[in-house]
Design a protein around this ligand. Structure first.
Ligand code: DC
Length: 223
């Protein structure tokens, strides 16, 4: 099969991460979690006490930005200036800051170039919000994965439940707010590309979603 660039966009909790990883494994492709890059920027903002409205502060953070993915023991790790920050980017504070930061044009612009460099070789599955619409409008196969808000909140709650004290109601509220931020921002809002294949994962297992995607990918690859 010729090398393909595959994009998976959709709201938080739709199952993008699980599905993207499994799909990349099945294809022997690299997996790229672009949300982690926005979270990486948010982590640097947090460390330097820069808020999303602070233009000078953002320029300072972005001027020094040095984010890199590495694979360790089959896991995707995010390094910032060589330091592994993977364990720091999923807490609720960084999550909300990443959402606010992702509405800033200068942040999106800085990450656009980085993401396109990462995609230059193809043979990759990119997960995010604007992969098929803005970053890779010429991607070979585009998916848009969605699910009901309740189901998404429950999935995220179960993921978080190990380490953090949050209620499912709070997770759902935060998710709704983030959905509104992501879909309502003027620059690169969350929306399906015109040529994306839509999959609703509300009542489907990750395996079933990946199977469905593989059918589409084989069809495209065979053309
Ligand atoms: O997928 P995630 O929850 O890790 O993403 C973190 C934040 O980054 C989320 O609020 C949306 C934003 N994001 C984005 O704007 N564009 C992307 N391609 C990926 C994520």
């Amino acid at each position: 099969m010729k090398p393909l660039l595959i994009t998976i966009d959709g709201p938080a909790g739709a199952g993008k991460t699980t599905v993207s990883r499994a799909l990349a494994d099945r294809l022997g492709y690299a997996y790229m979690d672009t949300g982690a890059l926005y979270r990486g920027v948010a982590r640097e903002m947090h460390v330097r006490q820069v808020d999303p409205e602070d233009e000078k502060g953002l320029a300072w953070v972005l001027g020094d930005l040095d984010l890199r993915f590495v694979r360790r023991d089959g896991d995707l790790r995010l390094l910032s200036a060589g330091v592994d920050i993977t364990g720091e980017i999923r807490n609720p504070e960084i999550t909300m800051l990443a959402s606010a930061a992702s509405a800033r044009p200068e942040v999106r612009c800085a990450l656009l170039a980085l993401q396109r460099r990462l995609g230059a070789e193809k043979s990759a599955v990119f997960e995010g919000r604007d992969m098929g619409t803005v970053v890779f409008p010429d991607a070979d196969v585009k998916f848009f994965l969605s699910a009901d808000l309740h189901v998404r909140a429950r999935r995220r709650y179960l993921e978080l439940a190990g380490g953090q004290e949050v209620s499912i109601e709070q997770v759902e509220k935060d998710m709704q707010k983030r959905d509104a931020n992501d879909a309502g921002r003027s620059i690169a809002p969350l929306k399906p590309a015109d040529d994306a294949f839509h999959i609703d994962s509300t009542s489907k297992s990750a395996g079933a979603v990946v199977d469905e995607m593989m059918v589409v990918i084989r069809d495209v690859a065979g053309r």
